[in-house]
Design a protein around this ligand. Structure first.
Ligand SMILES: [Zn+2]
Length: 99
């Protein structure tokens, strides 16, 4: 469950979508205003979702599939990736780096 590290209020799906589409590193919690960041664990997990997404895009290109099916597979892959990203967001009160 995605919740603010300061006020412990769970974020709604709408809040998480807003977090996902924002390019800035930090986003204020909609309930207490404290800036929240992706946790390192969440960043690493989201990178695991990106790799299968690339396979969804490129594997049909090596097979002899019609372009309509290719687009459909890529769209389903993109949708699944976005849903997984939204479901697994974890927040941190400070920016965390792997190094
Ligand atoms: Zn909060």
């Amino acid at each position: 469950m995605t919740q603010c590290t300061h006020c412990s209020t769970p974020w709604s799906v709408r809040d998480k979508i807003r977090r996902l589409v924002t390019f800035s590193q930090g986003l204020p919690c909609p309930y207490c205003g404290t800036i929240q960041y992706y946790s390192l664990k969440s960043k690493i997990r989201s990178s695991y979702f990106i790799f299968p997404m690339l396979l969804f895009f490129f594997i049909p290109g090596f097979l002899d599939t019609p372009w309509q099916l290719h687009i459909l597979i890529a769209a389903v892959g993109l949708f699944v990736t976005i849903v997984l990203q939204i479901k697994t967001i974890e927040l941190s009160d400070k920016e965390e780096y792997p190094f």
